[in-house]
Design a protein around this ligand. Sequence first.
Ligand SMILES: Nc1ncnc2c1ncn2[C@@H]1O[C@H](COP(=O)(O)OP(=O)(O)O)[C@@H](O)[C@H]1O
Ligand SMILES: [Mg+2]
Length: 225
Amino acid sequence: MIRITGLNKSFATVKGPLAVLREVNLQVHLGERIAVVGTSGAGKTTLMHIMGGLDRPTSGEVLFEGKNLFALRGPALDAFRNRTIGFVFQFHQLLPEFNALENVMMPLLIAGQSRRQAAIPATEMLKEVGLASRVEHKPGALSGGEQQRVAIARALIQRPRLLLADEPTGNLDRRTSEEILTLLDRLHASHNLTMVSVTHNDLLAARMDRTLRMEDGCLKSEERK
Ligand SMILES: Nc1ncnc2c1ncn2[C@@H]1O[C@H](COP(=O)(O)OP(=O)(O)O)[C@@H](O)[C@H]1O
Ligand SMILES: [Mg+2]
């Protein structure tokens, strides 16, 4: 599904260029679930952003089903990303002024659907993540786990084929993390998702098909114990 070759990313800083990704190569197969682990600052979030077309590499290639992601620009890249890739972040990044239903509808509204149209799949998606009784709650009135469920529902509302999750359980207690992991397992199966997830959670990593370790911008595959 995805083939990343010779990926480098540097950021310009006052002290000159800072290399954050160094010659990263990675293939992600259709339906696969990959965990990316590594210390803070290793480059995990940068890699996720580039894989998802949110940031551009300094050099190297990301092929998505054979198509060069960065040959697309501007609106074409936005459209491709919105249809194909869902994102879940560590801090759910829900809009505080809007209720759960509106947050989940938002990608559809932005894509030009009416509220009435968008409400139908959004309600269905909230039911699927176990929040049928919380559709009118604003994020501030939801628990951390519930907020993350809303964020997952929002990520999946356009039926993406790839889900990128950046520490989806990073702020949750152990039990709530387990519940989110069980939900992601279920959604992986029911939505035919391919999943790449950054995590510090060994339980999450162990439930994936493969674990990769990011160290100082280099990506290495990790042996299963
Ligand atoms: N926009 C940026 N400008 C400069 N440096 C950045 C920028 N974004 C990230 N970095 C640096 O790149 C390194 C990797 O960051 P990140 O990918 O967020 O790591 P991780 O997610 O593994 O903790 C860090 O040292 C960070 O400070
Ligand atoms: Mg990060």
